[in-house]
Design a protein around this ligand. Structure first.
Ligand code: UGA
Length: 459
């Protein structure tokens, strides 16, 4: 099918490349001239596993092309709107980019278009979009408006696209649902050649859920808010474990086994970040307010999350006493592993506070160094965890990159000034690091004393 994507951000570009990989003829529009020229030259402007190879392969084969919005409007029978909806000062989503695209479609498009909103938007945006289109419909365009929220996670977006739990489509007309089913047919039938796993063992057919547009829009905000709520919940349980002498990993395991609760999103730590949860929570509270519902529960989720950074810095201070003049290694800066995204990353707030209190911070992240250095010029950027850890009095882990779990602890114990690890994600095995002479301080009551003295004792 001829499909168009407007907006080549994380969601738009992933969607474009994956739809092209399924065999569709995709045109992706990007308004930023620099980004567009990068894409036209085969360069992906951010890091996302598998995305670069998918973009390159489909661009070369001619199934994925890039250009301007007008070209995209002319190209696609279906148009996915994937433009940004950043938060306004009051927490509401700024929908001006969506309105702008709607205007362009209304003045330009001919015949029939399936207009699909994929950007995260407040409930009733579909209704407003329809109203707007009918008011500005100069060319008597025939159209349907569909809400098709995305559930892609950064770091595993390509995998999530091909192996989703569900595909939600909010429609007002059955013909729109039929077309959406056709677009996603290979995913619904799991009949594609998997570009992520070979051989692929994840062939579970997703649920295709058809709703009205208001409900589909609410599903998106409610899903993200519920997941954020799980994280804040386990973070307070972690505090309780720490105070009462219990182990939060065991508690999370024990509650997660219950099928009604589930084990996912029960990892405590420095709090959630990224461009979705913090902004979507705020937006959802505002949406509820507008409709006369007090979602105080979510305000509390947000408040708990904001308190995590200060709490973690206090843990570091408890171990190091005075931060002034201390050398600290920070492992991980991105808001989660497998991405270079640092937007609303709690790690950055922690680094800023450590530096403000006089610590010298030596950091390493496999992907996010460049972006972070621009934000925090005082940060000492290192080539790897070993350079970052040389002569430090504490290693502080803030993002759970897989490569950190494979660290050479014997080598590290010879490099550090003091063998102390403060693990803000409970990512490391306490028994492994203590066996190499490190003191371990995790989140939620997980601590371990060194079993050996470090291999090199310093004067
Ligand atoms: C989230 C949702 O998971 C996606 O389904 C959704 O499509 C996306 O937002 C979006 O709205 O675009 P994402 O923000 O990419 O995806 O990443 P998550 O894996 O959800 O992690 C969010 C934050 O929660 C991260 O900072 C992560 O470290 C933190 N987290 C996650 C925890 O602290 N504990 C957990 O147990 C899980």
């Amino acid at each position: 099918m001829k499909l168009s994507i407007i907006g080549a951000g994380y969601v738009g570009l992933t969607t474009a490349a994956c739809l092209a990989e399924l065999g569709h003829d995709v045109f992706c529009a990007e308004a930023d001239a620099g980004k567009l020229s990068d894409l036209q030259n085969g360069k992906v402007p951010f890091f996302e596993p598998h995305l670069e190879e998918l973009v390159a392969r489909n661009h070369t084969s001619g199934r994925l092309n890039f250009g301007r919005t007008e070209q995209a409007i002319d190209h696609g029978h279906a148009i996915f709107i994937c433009v940004g909806t950043p938060p306004l000062e009051n927490g509401e989503a700024d929908l001006s980019a969506i309105e702008h695209v709607a205007r362009e479609i209304a003045v330009r498009a001919q015949g029939y278009k399936l207009i699909i909103e994929k950007s995260t938007v407040p409930v009733k945006t579909g209704v407003e979009l329809r109203r707007y289109m009918s008011r500005h419909n100069a060319n008597h365009l025939e159209y349907d408006v569909v809400s098709n929220p995305e559930f892609l996670r950064e770091g595993s977006a390509v995998e999530d696209f091909f192996h989703p739990d569900r595909i939600v489509v909010g429609v007002e007309e059955e013909r729109a649902a039929t077309q959406m089913r056709e677009i996603y047919r290979p995913v619904l039938e799991q009949s594609f050649t998997c570009p992520v796993h070979a051989p692929c063992s994840r062939r579970k057919e997703p649920v295709f859920l058809v709703t009205d547009t208001n409900s589909a829009e609410l599903i998106k905000h409610a899903s993200n808010s519920f997941l954020a709520m799980k994280i804040s919940f386990i973070n307070i349980v972690a505090d309780l474990c720490e105070a009462a002498g219990a182990d939060v990993t065991k508690v999370a395991e024990g509650i997660g086994i219950d099928g009604r609760i589930g084990p996912a999103f029960l990892n405590p730590g420095i709090g959630f970040g990224g461009f979705c949860f913090p902004k979507d929570l705020q937006a959802f509270v505002r949406i509820a307010e507008k409709f006369g519902c007090d979602f105080a529960l979510l305000r509390e989720v947000e408040r708990i999350n904001q308190s995590r950074v200060g709490k973690f810095v206090e843990t570091v201070k408890k171990e190091l006493w005075v931060l002034g003049g201390k050398k600290i290694a920070v492992w991980g800066l991105a808001f989660k592993p497998d991405t270079d995204d640092i937007r609303f990353a709690p790690s950055l707030s922690i680094v800023r506070q450590l530096i403000a209190q006089g610590a010298s911070v030596r950091a390493y992240d496999p992907q996010a160094m460049g972006k972070t250095k621009k934000e925090i010029p005082d940060l000492i950027c290192c080539r790897d965890i070993y350079e970052a850890s040389a002569g430090v009095e504490a290693i502080v882990l803030l993002t759970e990159w897989e490569e950190f779990r494979k660290a050479d602890w014997a080598r590290l114990s010879g490099l550090v000034e003091r063998a102390l690890i403060i693990d803000g994600r409970n990512a490391l095995a306490c028994e492994t690091v203590t066996a190499h002479g490190f003191q371990y301080v995790g989140v939620g009551g997980i601590t371990g004393a060194p079993e050996l003295t470090p291999s090199i004792s310093r004067p």
